[in-house]
Write a protein that binds this ligand. Sequence first.
Ligand code: NBP
Length: 489
Amino acid sequence: MKSKSDIGLVGLAVMGENLILNMESKGFTVTAYNRSYSKVEKFIEGRAKGKNIRGADSVKTLVESLATPRKVMLMVKAGQAVDDFIEQLIPFLDQGDIIIDGGNTHFPDSNRRTEYLESKGLLYIGTGVSGGEEGALKGPSIMLGGSKKAWPLVKDIFQSISAKVADENGNEVVPCCDWVGDAGAGHFVKMVHNGIEYGDMQLICEAYQLMKVVLGLNADEIQKVFAHWNTTELDSYLIDITKDIFAFKDEDGEPLVEKILDTAGQKGTGKWTGVTALDLGVPLTLIADSVFARCISAKKEQRVAASKVISGPEIHFDGDKAEFIENLRQAVLAAKIVSYAQGYMLMQEAAKEFNWELNYGGIALMWRGGCIIRSAFLGKIKEAYDADPKLENLLLTPYFKDTVESSQAGWRKVVGTAVTNGIAIPCLSSALTYFDGFRTARLPANLLQAQRDYFGAHTYERTDKPRGEFFHTNWTGRGGDTSSTTYDV
Ligand code: NBP
């Protein structure tokens, strides 16, 4: 074992242990530390035995065991635990040493911590790590942000342990790990990743509901549909595991999925994505609806009670099932494109707001392997941003525009069938509504502006005058000519 470790890792739970083993397998020597020391002993005597991994019994021993500049990665519960460890580490670290937080941290915390640690002469990295337990061990997707000076010092470690994908020529392996941008940019991009994951999952669930309730397909038939979809543009990890879920039988031979209670939780990152979109004024409708879909699913008792008193239409379908399934596939694909277009809009708005230079093509590449939303489709996003790094909306690029245009007839039929049959499809339908709004030159917001000016003297711009000139009308003849400067509804 080297006399000094290449990196120290704090937090011996599922992610921390597996990341350490991954680092060690790539030739790095690692020091392991945990708040409860018993976990260090258990790890060193167990999974780490005989490997280039040393245990530390205090923060001081941990820091002393590291080669300089020291690198300490925290894989602990996000929030106060990270701040507490930072405070414990600071007295033992020297100028230029690096603290890396790999937990599911909310990006404003990483903005704050970067500034705080840089003010002390230290370097800080907030990084998203995606891929769960298996990813941590075999190759996660890693999205780093923070003090840019730290990147060359940790690049080798993180690119070595990350997932790899083939490049556009299909031969060279490219790491799903890159520098995203300053301060909290890494955690921001991880947050958007999780939001997109919420949306992708909900779209698949809506497709399942339509196949089951409208077409009357059983689990084996649905399994075959997802298996086929996975050979098309929808080829992705989430479709792949969905196909396996439908094949999985309970002890009695019945599909397990049908025995699972239909109430979903949400841990926070989807909500953060929606709230950030509202803060930044970005129409991130699909992800927001996927969070609300989980919220309504959680109201199980209310739904059961309502189902007994409120009636809807009878289920009726006399069309061609195979044709409907193909329309459904196109609907899911088109809605997914809208979701990614919205997610990228959010990142672009955040980049303006926080003064980040985000690497958009690189982000798609980082998501292509190792993480939950990994898919073939992300390669197309990378190509789009490589062709035009200043691209305003993915829907305007040839591939995505053509795909959505050719899918929209089927998409509309699916949404129509769902509405006629009373099936809730919040994401498939809100994506279509966004798409129609986005491609409409004149929306009814002129009336909205008139209403605002009517009751709140809010002023409006006119189509026959230059932008930036504001007008107020005395709509009733009773109010004055004064317009409001603060009232904002
Ligand atoms: P957990 O999120 O379960 O955290 C367990 C670790 O946090 C243990 O080392 C525990 O120490 C430590 N900890 C806690 Br809990 N409270 C603490 C406190 N107040 N002060 C100091 N240490 C404290 O572990 P995980 O699931 O491995 O996740 C680690 C991070 O990675 C989290 O931020 C998580 O959100 C993120 N993440 C998880 C996954 C996943 O699939 N699990 C995926 C991607 C990211 P102890 O042993 O002394 O209690």
